[in-house]
Write a protein that binds this ligand. Sequence first.
Ligand code: HGY
Ligand code: MN
Ligand code: MN
Length: 404
Amino acid sequence: MSWSDQLALHTDQAGALTCAYMTPAHRAVAAQLDAWMRESGFDEVRHDAIGNVIGVYRADPAVARPRIVSTGSHYDTVRDGGKYDGRLGILLPMAIVADLHARDQRLPYDFEVVAFAEEEGLRFGSTFLGSSAYIGRFDETVLDKTDADGITMRAAIANAGLDPARSAHCATDVDRIKHYFEVHIEQGPVLLDSGLPLGVVTAINGGVRRILTLTGLASHAGTTPMAMRHDAACAAAEIILYVEQRCASVPALVGTVGTLQVVNGSVNVVPGVCRLSLDLRAPEDGMRDAALADIEARIAEICQRRGVRCETEEVMRKTASACAPGERALWAKAIAAQGAPVYELPSGAGHDAMMVGQATSMSMLFVRCGNGGISHNPLEIITIEDAQLAAQATQAFMLELAAA
Ligand code: HGY
Ligand code: MN
Ligand code: MN
């Protein structure tokens, strides 16, 4: 818990926790994790070209060709975020290794704790940079994406002293991975409202993320009659309200316009260009894609009627990811062994496990969030009791995995 507090001191934004990819705060967090991993007794700590920090706690030397069990989560944050999203999934396994090391206990597998460098997409719009590099599926075309200041991802990585040319060569020994698990805060109210400390994840919702650029006609706010306007912001407003209405009509379907800007706007100019993001998610891809089709049709109708053009860039598409049934059962056993109730639930949020799960079996443990379950917000909170219970359940799960 104090590690989380200390990591939160490294921020790009005074008075808030914002840790975007490859900023000085981001680099300071990587260095701090390295130091704590070494103090905790990891046998090796390596940094790859994307900024992942990978601690390895080697298997019992008596095991000839040990497999790898990986765990981890991301250490970047959203803007003005909470201090447990991602970080809990790195620090909790680190504390477990410190405990194993203190008792000189080894596992029958190499245990890799991965601090993924980027998952949120805050600075460059691309997501899962760390976990895609870790399994050897990094998309090098994203290196040319630029941030709000026009800096390319390639330059940001090089400026941080890493080698972007090696971005496609960061993979761990994927063939040796036996399983990947991720411990994460629930980021919702279900466990809290049910009075439960822990939950086993059944599946992670699939998502589509797009950036829409609406182009109307900038014109004088005082002289342009209302009927002659091609107002990009009014088109955006109709679209946003339709997204809300369409998604509210189907349980478990969610749609969000999280960013919205009038590009080069002025108080006395009819908005010519409006840029907005669209984030659509559902437990099944068909449910999500049906909503997407309806939203696309409505956008076309709104733009045609208003004389506005819409350009769409799809920046993420992730299919719904099922958690491994065998490991779900091991989590249930590990949680029950702590005397805690066992509860299964889907994940509305995306996680690195969606990406790593493309290369190996994956599972997730959720930890209860306080403050109504709020997340992606500085009010994000967990209790030390729940963190302790999660650590005990995770260590028990790791021993179940060893026996499996
Ligand atoms: O957006 C998500 O679901 C994750 O928190 N990046
Ligand atoms: Mn997040
Ligand atoms: Mn997260």
